[in-house]
Design a protein around this ligand. Structure first.
Ligand code: NAD
Ligand code: TYD
Length: 344
C-alpha cells in the first residue's frame, strides 16, 4: 500500500481522514478525488494543502474515464470511498444524485479497481443500512432494512462491494459508522445546523417529539476506525464503527443551547421527517477486537465542536448563502410556518 485514493476526501469525514492519514503516514501518498458538490469544500483540506504527500484531483466517481485517468496518473493501489450524497432530508426531496453517486459511482469505482487488481478497497458506509433498531444493538451480520432513499442507496452500494469481493475476489472492507459530529461538518446536519442557527438566534426546528435516538461518534474516532479497518480488516468483512453513545435529539439541542448561553425558546417542534427512524444503535466489538478504541467522550467532543463553530465563522458563514438558502427554504419554510408549538 502506497498510493491511496480517498474519494469524497473534501467532505466532512473524508477530510478528517485525509488530515489524519497525511500526518500519520508520511510514506503514503494521499490523493483526494472529489467532485466538489455542494458538500465538498477545499477549505477542509487547507491544513494539509502544502504537505508533500497530499494531492487533489477533481472528478466524479461515476465518470469511468476520469477515474481511469486518475488511477493511472497516481499509480493507485488502494481506494477508500467516502464519496456520497449523505443527507437524509435531501434524499427525500431529490433522490437522483443519491443513486448516481452512492450506487452507480460505487460500482464504477469497484469495476475499475478490479480491472487494475487493486490491493485494497474500503467502502465507507453507515448504520442506517440496518434501519430502525427499536432495542438492542445491530451487529455486522444483521439483515439490512434501509428506510430512507439515502439509506437504500448506501445499502445498494454495499451489496455491490460484497458482489465484487465474492465474484471477483477484490480485497474489500466495509465500515459502518454511526452519526458523526465534529469540526468542518456541513451545516445541514443536526449539530452544526443547530449550533450555527442558535449563534444567530434563529429557530431550531426539532422534528416531531425530538425523542429519536442517535449514536454519536466524534469524527476523529471515526477516521481512526476506518484506518484500523483499512490496515487490519479481514477481506470481505464489514466493521461497525460506533459511538456507543446514545442521545435523544432534544437532549442534544438543549445542551447546544446551554453551551452557547442561548434560551430554550429558540426550539420549535416542527412536522416530522417522513419515514423517520426512531433509533440507531450498533455493537462494535468486532472493530474493537482489531485494536480500535474511542478517544473522545461526547461531553468533551460536543463542547469542543460548539467552540470550533464559534471560532470559525469564516468557514461556515460563506456556506450559508446562495443555494444553501434555497435548500433551507424547501426543507424548513413550510415546516416552521406549521409550527405553533414551542419546545417538545
Ligand atoms: P459529506 O456530504 O460531508 O461529503 C461527501 C463528499 O463526497 C463531498 O466532498 C462531495 O463533494 C463528494 N462527492 C459527492 N458526490 C461525488 C461524486 N459523484 N464523485 C466524487 N465525489 C463526490 O459526507 P460525510 O458526512 O463526510 O460522509 C462521508 C461518508 O461517510 C459517506 O459515504 C457517508 O455515507 C458516510 N457516513 C456518514 C456519516 C455521518 O454522520 N455524516 C455516518 C456514517 C457514514
Ligand atoms: P441528521 O444530522 O440529518 O442525521 P441522520 O438523519 O443521518 O441521523 O439528523 C440527526 C437527527 O436529528 C435525526 O433524528 C433527525 C433530527 N433532525 C431534526 O430534528 N431537525 C433537523 O433540522 C435536522 C437536520 C435533524
Amino acid at each position: 500500500m502506497k498510493n491511496i485514493l480517498v474519494t469524497g476526501g473534501a467532505g466532512f469525514i473524508g477530510s478528517a481522514f485525509v488530515r489524519y492519514m497525511v500526518e500519520t503516514y508520511p510514506d503514503y501518498n494521499i490523493i483526494v478525488y472529489d467532485k466538489l458538490t455542494y458538500a465538498g469544500n477545499l477549505d477542509n483540506l487547507l491544513p494539509v494543502s502544502d504537505e508533500p504527500n497530499y494531492r487533489f484531483d477533481r472528478g466524479d466517481i461515476a465518470d469511468r474515464e476520469t477515474v481511469r485517468r486518475v488511477f493511472d496518473l497516481y499509480d493507485i493501489d488502494t481506494v477508500v470511498n467516502f464519496a456520497a450524497e449523505s443527507h437524509v432530508d435531501r434524499s427525500i426531496l431529490s433522490p437522483d444524485a443519491f443513486i448516481h453517486t452512492d450506487v452507480v459511482g460505487t460500482y464504477i469505482l469497484l469495476d475499475e479497481s478490479r480491472r487494475r487488481n487493486l490491493e485494497r478497497f474500503v467502502q465507507v458506509s453507515t448504520d442506517e443500512v440496518y434501519g430502525d433498531v427499536e432495542e438492542g444493538f445491530s451487529t455486522e451480520d444483521d439483515p439490512f432494512a434501509p428506510n430512507s432513499p439515502y439509506a437504500a442507496s448506501k445499502a445498494g452500494g454495499e451489496m455491490m462491494v460484497r458482489a465484487y469481493h465474492v465474484t471477483h475476489g477484490l480485497n474489500t472492507v466495509i465500515t459502518r459508522g454511526s452519526n458523526t459530529y465534529g469540526p468542518y461538518q456541513y451545516p445541514e446536519k443536526l449539530i452544526p445546523f443547530f449550533t450555527t442557527e442558535a449563534i444567530d438566534d434563529r429557530p431550531l426546528p426539532v422534528y416531531g417529539d425530538g425523542r429519536q435516538v442517535r449514536d454519536w461518534l466524534h469524527v476523529d474516532d471515526h477516521a481512526r476506525g476506518i484506518d484500523m479497518a483499512l490496515h487490519r480488516g479481514e477481506p470481505g468483512e464489514a466493521y461497525n464503527v460506533a459511538g456507543e453513545n446514545q442521545r435523544t435529539n432534544i437532549d442534544i439541542t438543549h445542551r447546544i443551547l446551554e453551551l452557547l448561553g442561548k434560551p430554550d425558546t429558540l426550539i420549535k417542534s416542527v412536522p416530522d421527517r417522513e419515514g423517520h427512524d426512531r433509533r440507531y444503535a450498533m455493537n462494535c466489538d468486532k472493530l474493537r477486537a482489531l485494536g480500535w478504541e474511542r478517544q473522545t467522550t461526547f461531553e468533551d467532543g460536543l463542547e469542543a465542536t460548539v467552540r470550533w463553530y464559534i471560532e470559525n465563522e469564516w468557514w461556515w458563514r460563506k456556506i450559508k448563502t446562495g443555494a444553501y438558502l434555497d435548500y433551507y427554504k424547501a426543507q424548513y419554510a413550510a415546516r416552521l410556518a406549521a409550527s405553533d408549538s414551542p419546545a417538545p
